[in-house]
Design a protein around this ligand. Structure first.
Ligand code: NIG
Ligand code: FE
Length: 401
């Protein structure tokens, strides 16, 4: 995006945050700063200026026609690099099998690992790029993508190279997470697999991953396994983001906090101890209501986290097993309808705080001078409340990245 682009006639410019504010906690999450009848100037892909009244000159003008301009959504937790699909398991689920039962039969993540192994890197890239483009059309401008369907050094590297290629070929801001510890590879003991992650995979992925993740949950990896992996990752300076408390109260929050995780994600099941453990830390609690919806799990205690003064981020968890959806507007709607967040709280959780949970809130997630001009322009007549309320009515006129 070169030159100066002016967006004029903006009915409401929402999501304005002063420079230097990298996340919102507690009561701050209820506020969304906005300007009515505004304009915004983009220069070389960045937000250069915004205001009301006298407009600056520009090379190109977009007439917003009274529509809203918002920061694009940020989605800090996805698994969009996967091969094929798992609709057979969707039928199993309809017929009564739980996520754990499907996994125990060798389905689930292991099924995706087999499919990925038999898919060429080019094919994998093409399938993943289509999902990424779909997410951008839904309004996401910053996206974290995990590996974790490889489960061998070679296939994890294949996934991470695909993520690198997505980074290079998309206008979205993308971060890569190494999730070797997503499930134990077929034919290995857990101990041997954890050893392999620490001694072989982590050294091999150097430079390809921004973060490291572990599925710390019942039936997958324990807090002790997690600590070993995070200890090994710390030698490479890779910060953790942890899958915790989806299937059980797993201890994943505490081990994440101990290793200064950027975020702990899922949190469908938490006690007060997890809320206490997160206070005063730099770890972002991140909830994924799309997986609660799809798997019929409890929704996270979002309101209680916020009432405790904590920040909260929301993400889609887009993946073939527990959340086959990358539409952050639907995530926002679930947060309002099922977790009873206000539209303002849900919006902050889907933008600035989700950017923070992937370490990019200095570049994305709000209307702030100097940030990337990753924006959603809506049709006329929309406001923040209508977006989750009329949750299926198209509201996006243009996504500008
Ligand atoms: O975040 N919980 C672990 N991983 C994914 C699901 C992965 C899959 O089933 O393919 C999740 O829900
Ligand atoms: Fe996940």
């Amino acid at each position: 995006m070169k030159g100066r682009i002016l967006i004029r006639n903006i009915g409401e410019l929402a999501g304005i945050v002063p420079a230097g504010v990298l996340c919102k906690c507690g009561e701050e999450m209820s506020r969304v700063e906005a300007l009515k009848n505004a304009w915004l100037l983009i220069k070389d892909g960045r937000i250069a200026e915004f205001g009301c009244g006298a407009e600056p000159c520009a090379d190109e003008v977009i007439d917003a026609d009274g529509g809203m301009v918002l920061p694009a959504f940020c989605d800090s937790h996805t698994h969009i690099v996967y091969a094929g699909s798992r609709e057979g398991e969707f039928l199993d689920k309809i017929n009564g099998l739980s996520y754990e039962e499907i996994a125990a039969r060798g389905g689930g993540i292991l099924n995706s690992a087999d499919l990925l192994h038999n898919t060429s890197e080019d094919q994998l890239y093409r399938q993943s790029k289509a999902r990424l483009d779909e997410m951008i059309a839904f309004g996401s401008g910053a996206i974290e993508i995990k590996s974790g369907y490889g489960l061998s050094t070679e296939d994890e590297l294949k996934m991470l190279r695909v993520i690198r290629r997505l980074k290079e070929n998309s206008p979205a801001l993308i971060k890569a997470t190494f999730l070797g510890a997503h499930a134990v590879a077929r034919g290995m003991t857990k101990e041997a697999y954890v050893d392999k992650i620490c001694s072989e995979m982590l050294p091999a992925i150097d430079g390809l991953a921004d973060f490291v993740d572990v599925f710390c949950d019942e039936g997958f990896f324990t807090p002790e396994d997690t600590a070993r992996i995070l200890e090994a990752a710390s030698k490479y300076g890779i910060r953790p983001k942890i899958h915790a408390n989806e299937l059980a109260v797993s201890g994943g929050v505490q081990v994440g906090v101990k290793y200064k995780a950027l975020s702990v994600d899922h949190l469908e099941r938490t006690t007060d101890a997890e809320i206490e453990a997160l206070k005063g830390t730099g770890t972002m609690p991140t909830m994924l209501p799309g997986s609660s919806f799809f798997l019929g799990l409890p929704y996270g205690r979002a309101k209680e986290f916020i009432a405790a003064g904590l920040p909260l981020a929301l993400a889609s968890d887009y993946n073939p097993g527990s959340s086959p959806n990358g539409d952050m507007r639907f995530v926002m709607a679930l947060a309002c309808i099922r977790m009873r967040l206000t539209p303002a709280q849900a919006f902050n959780a889907c933008t600035l705080n989700s950017a923070c949970a992937m370490g990019v809130s200095d570049q994305a997630g709000s209307i702030t001078v100097g940030k990337r001009a990753n924006l959603i322009l809506t049709h006329p007549g929309w406001n923040l409340t209508k977006i989750p309320y009329l949750y299926r009515t198209p509201f996006i006129r243009q996504v500008i990245l």
